[in-house]
Ligand binder design. Sequence first.
Ligand SMILES: NC(=O)c1ccc[n+]([C@@H]2O[C@H](COP(=O)([O-])OP(=O)(O)OC[C@H]3O[C@@H](n4cnc5c(N)ncnc54)[C@H](O)[C@@H]3O)[C@@H](O)[C@H]2O)c1
Ligand SMILES: O=C(O)C[C@H](O)C(=O)O
Length: 336
Amino acid sequence: MLKQVTKQLALQGVRQFSVSQQNNYKVTVCGAAGGIGQPLSLLLKQNPLVTDLSLYDIVHTPGVAADLSHIDTKSKTAGFIGADQLADSLKGSDVVVIPAGVPRKPGMTRDDLFNVNAGIIKDISNSIAKNCPKALVAIITNPVNTCVPIAAEILKKAGVYDPKRLFGVSTLDVVRARAFIGHALGVDPQTVQIPVIGGHSGVTILPVLSQSQPLFKGNQDAIEKLTVRIQEAGTEVVKAKAGAGSATLSMAYAGARFAGSLLKGLNGEKNVIECSYVQSNITEATFFSTPLVLGKNGLQENLGLPKLNDYEKKLLEAAIPELKKNIQKGIDFANA
Ligand SMILES: NC(=O)c1ccc[n+]([C@@H]2O[C@H](COP(=O)([O-])OP(=O)(O)OC[C@H]3O[C@@H](n4cnc5c(N)ncnc54)[C@H](O)[C@@H]3O)[C@@H](O)[C@H]2O)c1
Ligand SMILES: O=C(O)C[C@H](O)C(=O)O
């Protein structure tokens, strides 16, 4: 009996090894010691497509890496600390996820983070351009609406920009919409499908409730209340944390889901669809989130605007000027 079990385990081991030979991706987390970075890295350590998990931060990464490296999954974990080690952390990366930078405190807007976080994104983007120009880059750092255009400009200046490889992570808006709709309807949130388009702040977050499946049932008042709740959900967490930061655990979950989808696309899986904030010609805003098909080179196909009802068209009208302003601010910063 024991022999049989041992043989079975050995066979499983062989199978796992052969899988790892095909699916060996390096993922770097920049800001890996932070409130998002640590749980995000923990979730990525469990992703079977990851063989190298590289943890970069300006503090604490040796400890975080030592801790995670004791988890019995196949990826190797390495910690890199300080600007001198950024290049080494990035070399060979297939996917770079960036939650580096300061979070909001009550009373602040995401745009108030610009002064600190814009410079962080600029520096990391410059290093990505030199060390892993082909990586898929997923920016979590706020203000996302502005940080993504900054990264695009920096990559352009270095001559390595590929709009199919740069993403702003708006997955948390989708995750929240699924949670709120699922609980309101009394269905498993995991079964809810809902596009959330636009950007990632206030009025630029546009949950397309008319397209949710199952359909969100409610009168216009309920629809408007739910829309505002999704738009203001980040602020709800900032207030509840009362000065201790913003969403970290739900963001880590959302970030791991988005990075996981990028990896599935790289790995040739079909029909991998996520909403994400990318360079876009779907609206007047040159960066905009819509549902995307992800593939071997990142963005494979932009599925465009979902069908919008009159209320959602008004929301879109309100979002565009704000988005354009946010985008221009990033372009100006990068070219100053
Ligand atoms: N896109 C979204 O949906 C979303 C959701 C939640 C939070 N955020 C944003 O994510 C960012 C991080 O939030 P958090 O709660 O993890 O903050 P945090 O302060 O807990 O962690 C940030 C980490 O970034 C590190 N860092 C600072 N400067 C760095 C640099 N130059 N290079 C590398 N690392 C650096 C810090 O040392 C820290 O470990 C914030 O800007 C926040 O607004 C975005
Ligand atoms: O609200 C924030 O500042 C963090 C994040 O953008 C969120 O939506 O939770």
